[in-house]
Design a protein around this ligand. Structure first.
Ligand SMILES: [Zn+2]
Ligand SMILES: [Zn+2]
Length: 364
């Protein structure tokens, strides 16, 4: 309350001052909760426990499914939930939150969170574009967010590429490439950073992500053909060789691919709508994000660890773990609201994620 009287006085604060106020309060909330619960100082152990527990849950439910003890309708959301914790761990690992000094365990965890979320790009390469995201969030070279449809008008294309990063990359690759080249020419982006983007594009899905996407497309095509034949009442059965492949493809899709695809749809839908794009002042954190925490987002938040509600806090204070960010979210939200961070700005869906209303918005 003291803060309200201290800052809500007659003078008008600029965004930089507001950002400072929010940062200070959020950092204090982290200090307070760490002082209150001494267990939180065992950060490496907590991170590793969440890692091992989540993977155990995925493996056990996978075995249960193969033994016909778990229905696929339970398996998919169950695995999706545990992979959402692995996603948060991956993001924390990218920011070196666990085992910073023990390279072996750190990298082992990086590998683990990738293997069980195999439809995503390599975390070692994602680190490079994620740090860039923090530096230039909402501008044309923020390729991490653009890669998940941020900044586009809502359309069928946007809908089908929310989760599918490979197809999305193919469909919008040329446009992003053009913007990156233009940014290098104007001096906005360094040549080194552009080369890093190229590296991510070429190697980001190696070795297994690309293979899993091809298996997924094969699976979809296979059942689409069968479905089409059924509709047309054709007597069709696929060749024996293809049928034989479905014995290992079906369980792989059920246990790993479909849950991750479902989780990625939830996460990417939320993230690509809570980040602003296109008219964000470079480096202005107040304009980079909004908070999405209305009840109707809950079904999606369940599979992305409340990302819509807490990721905006991360833009203000980067170096904190996901669970502490969640535990202190209400205090952070209070100061963010007081300082004018937007909450549940649904107009951004209509504005193709622009921060402001533009009468004639040009969107490529
Ligand atoms: Zn972000
Ligand atoms: Zn981050």
């Amino acid at each position: 309350m003291e803060m309200v009287s201290k800052y809500n006085s007659s003078f008008v604060l600029n965004d930089e001052q507001r950002t400072k106020i929010i940062r200070k309060e959020v950092q204090q909330s982290y200090k307070d909760i760490r002082a209150k619960y001494s267990i939180l100082k065992h950060q490496n152990a907590i991170g590793f426990f969440i890692f091992a527990f989540s993977i155990s849950m995925i493996v056990l439910s996978g075995v249960g499914y193969l033994q016909h003890n778990i229905s696929i309708f339970l398996l998919i959301p169950w695995v999706a939930f545990w992979t959402s914790l692995l996603h948060e761990l991956e993001h924390d690992l990218i920011h070196f939150m666990y085992f910073k000094k023990n390279k072996f365990i750190h990298n082992l965890m990086m590998l683990g969170v990738w293997v069980f979320r195999p439809m995503t790009i390599s975390p070692w390469l994602r680190r490079e574009i994620h740090f860039h995201h923090h530096r230039v969030s909402g501008t044309k070279t923020d390729i991490e967010e653009r890669g998940v449809t941020n900044g586009e008008r809502w359309s069928f294309k946007r809908f089908i590429t929310v989760a599918d990063v490979l197809l999305g990359g193919v469909l919008r690759g040329a446009l992003i490439r053009r913007d990156v080249i233009a940014a290098v020419q104007s001096g906005e982006l360094s040549r080194e950073q552009a080369l890093v983007f190229k590296k991510v594009k070429v190697y980001g899905m190696m070795p297994f992500t690309i293979v899993l996407y091809l298996i997924w497309y094969f699976f979809l095509a296979h059942y689409a053909i069968h479905f089409g034949a059924m509709l047309l009442q054709l007597d069709y059965s696929s060749p024996a060789f293809i049928q034989a492949q479905m014995y290992w493809i079906n369980p792989l899709v059920a246990i790993l691919i479909a849950p991750n695809f479902f989780r990625m749809f939830c996460l990417h839908f939320i993230t690509s709508n809570m980040h602003y794009f296109g008219d964000v002042e470079s480096g202005n954190v107040m304009q980079q994000t909004q908070v999405l925490d209305k009840w109707y987002f809950l079904p999606m938040q369940l599979f992305c660890f409340n990302f819509g509600s807490t990721h905006a806090i991360h833009h203000f204070v980067v170096n904190e773990t996901f669970y502490i960010r969640q535990l202190t979210a209400s205090r952070a939200h209070q100061v963010m609201k007081e300082q004018g961070v937007r909450f549940n700005d649904l107009g951004s869906f209509r504005r193709a994620n622009r921060f402001y209303e533009h009468p004639q918005l040009e969107i490529a």
